[in-house]
Design a protein around this ligand. Structure first.
Ligand SMILES: Nc1ncnc2c1ncn2[C@@H]1O[C@H](COP(=O)(O)OP(=O)(O)O)[C@@H](O)[C@H]1O
Ligand SMILES: [Mg+2]
Length: 300
């Protein structure tokens, strides 16, 4: 149990991920945040969420650690990338695997609704976005947010992942629950393929409109049977929240980092494009987003 190979530093929190020599276990190290993540993951496992089983946790050398079972060798992000390299497009198998895990998550979420509670601030990182982009803290944007929250008010509130996407999905479950918080049913899973567009095209693959439609149709079958509604009618509202999420923590502190400055400006531009579309149609077409490369070329 002591032979751990370093995998990577955690991306949005302190600590690191390690894999056991036989590949059957993963270990995360961290601080209080990891402890809260672990407690949540245990709760989610008890509610039937598709999450890895935790086999050990505790403190060692003043930091916290948790060990869980491996639920596969490759994330759907890695499989999407491999398909794109091999045949020039993401394989439909990745799309159907995402649909299957998403449906499992929806079922577990719908079975355990929470009392109504504010959810937008945490899911959107709204305080961080307004702090870093004070010009967006204006009546027009607050009105759009109010519209989205009103339109989402009919959906049950459930325990959410908040950072659900192909890198955190494997074919049998969902890893990396560091953000977790309350969300309307569907918020995690419906935008999962659209959010690839926020990465700017530099991740090595794109999802076709047909693949997004097939994924959405699979989820709608699940939500129609769970709550009697095709929750895809709220995808635009979810994506407005994602415009916030992907703008959070982007403003560089070092003015000399031109690369980071461009990425921040890119996410600000996507936010504004998303807002314009949302205001006119209640939807956001991520297929219309420019790539980061094109944006950077136009803003040199
Ligand atoms: N239980 C698990 N089963 C399989 N792979 C895992 C597991 N936990 C972590 N991994 C692998 O480790 C990588 C990093 O873990 P993750 O918790 O997502 O870190 P980060 O917070 O940096 O995104 C994942 O992309 C995945 O490849
Ligand atoms: Mg992750």
């Amino acid at each position: 149990m002591s032979d751990w190979k370093f995998v990577k530093d955690r991306s949005a929190t302190q600590g690191a991920v390690w894999r056991s020599a036989d590949g059957l276990l993963y270990k995360r190290t961290g601080d209080k945040d990891l402890q809260a993540e672990t407690e949540f993951q245990q709760l989610a496992a008890g509610l039937g969420y598709p999450v890895p089983e935790i086999v050990d946790s505790g403190s060692e050398d003043g930091s916290y650690f948790v060990v869980e079972r491996a639920i596969g060798d490759t994330s759907l992000h890695e499989e999407a990338l491999a398909g794109a390299r091999r045949d020039g497009q993401v394989s439909d198998r990745v799309i159907s695997a995402a649909g299957a895990v998403s449906s499992k998550l929806l079922q577990a979420q719908a079975r355990h609704p929470l009392p109504a509670t504010p959810w937008f601030g945490k899911a959107a990182f709204a305080a961080e976005v307004f702090e870093e982009n004070p010009d967006f803290d204006n009546p027009r944007i607050h009105a759009a947010v109010k519209r989205a929250l009103d339109r989402l008010a009919q959906l049950p509130i459930v325990h959410g992942h908040l950072d659900y996407g192909l890198p955190n999905v494997l074919s049998v479950g969902v890893i990396d629950w560091q953000h977790h918080g309350p969300v309307p049913l569907g918020y995690d899973v419906y935008p999962a393929l659209d959010i690839v567009a926020f990465k700017g095209g530099g991740k090595g693959y794109t999802i076709t409109p047909e693949q997004r439609a097939a994924y959405t149709a699979a989820l709608d079958e699940t939500t129609a049977s769970l709550i009697g509604r095709r929750v895809s009618e709220r995808l635009g509202d979810f994506l407005l929240v994602k415009c916030f999420f992907f703008l959070a923590l982007m403003r560089p502190t070092d003015p000399a980092r031109h690369d980071k400055h461009i990425k921040w400006q890119y996410r600000r531009a996507l936010f504004t494009m998303g807002l314009d579309q949302y205001e006119s149609s209640n939807t956001i077409d991520t297929g219309a987003f420019p790539t980061l490369e094109r944006f950077a070329a136009e803003h040199r």
